[in-house]
Design a protein around this ligand. Structure first.
Ligand SMILES: Cc1cc2nc3c(=O)[nH]c(=O)nc-3n(C[C@H](O)[C@H](O)[C@H](O)COP(=O)(O)OP(=O)(O)OC[C@H]3O[C@@H](n4cnc5c(N)ncnc54)[C@H](O)[C@@H]3O)c2cc1C
Length: 434
């Protein structure tokens, strides 16, 4: 399911000049495999530091998660800053929290620096509780970030209702570091920025084989090949069997979105009037926002399917009606989905399995800011910066045991958690997630 069919972003984005397919033997200092935020950010930062960079993309730009996502620019990781310090030690944990906490700055700085037109809005991201038992956890999260200087605030149920236009939530917190973008327009903007720095980009050119000969990496594609000193693999949830060990470090979980017709003005002034985006704390979280033309866009985990249709988005339609009964008469005009790469520890991974071979992946649904940031970390490493000064831990490639069953297990787990969420909603009880 890497189809862009039905994608709102594809329909509302300025086109990109077609990219060539690699059809010759090429050389580069740095070759990047995968042209999502990770790969293009890595290419951009390496090329702007004067390196000769070439990017290979299997499909067209935007066919991976970076062209399909919800466009929520979120600071931080799933783990709170204190937890990161416990997991990695005080100094390394604090550096990781600072790296993830400042990730949205990089996105909005790049947008400004390169004049990327992508409907960027920076009025914050809301994380809202579906039950009161979750509020203390969200308050602690906000306090931890506030003590590290972040612009965040706790929200009462009333604040949440004013900001969202639904009384469904008990409160939560606002993280003003976050915002929204038109995700495909941001990606295409990064593509143009790369081209401006002389990066050579090739579409429809999947890497089929990677091998090292005499200290130089050789990547074979269908019709060409690339020789490079350094290779950066940036294929996230779309990693294929060419990089099988890496593929088995993440579980690719589908996430499906729907977008309504543009809302009438009266609803636009009540629903998310200040342009924030929302993620809630259901076990299977729901995330939503408005786009630039006032369409309501909602996503949640979905069924494994090629092209989402009304028949397989009932969860979305129920969520819409439950959150905003007034949207009942507004038609759904777009349905699309993609895969999110989940890691076992909930943290993105930076790998260097062999000298001159780097990889970054596993954003657990928070890749707009974090993949852009890890792309820059990958470029810094490729430029020779010592691992200790990256501020992001380099970890060994550790495939998940019984990975073949993980997709089946993920599907079963999603169904189970959806059922528990539905039960909780029907009897007004709290889910346990945070
Ligand atoms: C539906 C959905 C909603 C999401 N919502 C959000 C959100 O609101 N906020 C947020 O922060 N994150 C969100 N995410 C996650 C986010 O989109 C990803 O974490 C991020 O885009 C990952 O970027 P990437 O560059 O690492 O990978 P991708 O953008 O997936 O790019 C990987 C690329 O590698 C290419 N590729 C694979 N194999 C090869 C090969 N052999 N040779 C050449 N190229 C190859 C693929 O074609 C693909 O283009 C969402 C994801 C999905 C799917």
């Amino acid at each position: 399911m890497a189809s862009t069919t039905g994608s709102l972003w594809m329909s509302s984005c300025a086109p990109l000049a077609p990219l060539p397919q690699l059809g010759t033997e090429a050389r580069a200092e740095i070759a990047v495999i995968g042209a999502g935020y990770t790969g293009l950010s890595a290419a951009l930062h390496a090329a702007s530091a004067g390196r000769d960079v070439l990017v290979l993309e299997a499909g067209e730009i935007g066919e991976g998660g970076s062209g399909l996502n919800g466009g929520q620019v979120i600071a931080g990781l799933k783990h709170d800053p204190d937890a990161l310090e416990r997991l990695y030690g005080e100094q390394a944990g604090a550096q990781l929290a600072a790296c993830a906490g400042s990730a949205p700055d990089l996105v909005f700085d790049l947008i400004k620096q390169y004049g990327i037109e992508c409907d960027a809005v920076r009025t914050g991201w809301l994380q809202l509780a579906v039950s009161e038992t979750q509020l203390p956890g969200l308050e602690r999260r906000a306090a931890q970030w506030r003590s590290r200087g972040a612009d965040v605030a706790v929200l009462s149920a009333r604040d949440a209702a004013e900001l969202t236009g639904t009384a469904r939530y008990c409160g939560g917190w606002i993280d003003r570091r976050g915002g929204t973008v038109q995700p495909l327009a941001y990606l295409r903007g990064l593509t143009r920025a790369c081209q401006g720095h002389g990066v050579r980009l090739f579409a429809r050119s999947p890497a089929r084989r990677l091998a090292r000969q005499g200290g130089i990496w050789r990547i074979d594609t269908e019709r060409g090949a690339v020789a490079a000193q350094t290779v950066i693999v940036a294929t996230d949830a779309y990693t294929d069997r060419v990089f099988d060990q890496l593929r088995r470090t993440v579980v690719a979980v589908p996430s499906i979105q729907v977008a309504s017709a543009p809302l009438p003005t009266e609803l636009r002034t009540r629903i998310l009037p200040h342009g924030q985006s929302v993620s809630d704390t259901q076990r299977i979280l729901r995330y939503f926002r408005l786009d630039a033309s006032g369409r309501f866009v909602l996503g949640t985990r979905g069924a494994y399917t090629d092209i989402p249709s009304p028949a397989n988005t009932p969860t979305h339609e129920r969520a819409l009606r439950e959150l905003y009964p007034e949207l009942a008469g507004v038609p759904i005009e777009y349905r699309w989905g993609g895969f999110v790469a989940m890691t076992r520890d909930g943290i993105p991974h930076l790998h260097e399995p062999e000298p001159g071979l780097l990889a970054g992946l596993g954003y657990n649904g928070r890749g707009v800011a974090m993949a852009t940031t890890l792309g820059r970390v990958l470029a810094r490493r490729a430029l020779g910066e010592p691992a200790e000064s990256l501020g992001f831990p380099l970890t060994p490639v550790r495939p998940i045991r019984l990975h073949g069953f993980s997709r089946m297990a993920a599907r079963a787990a999603i169904r189970y958690l959806q059922t528990r969420d539905a039960l909780d909603r029907s009897i007004g009880r709290a889910p346990g997630g945070g």
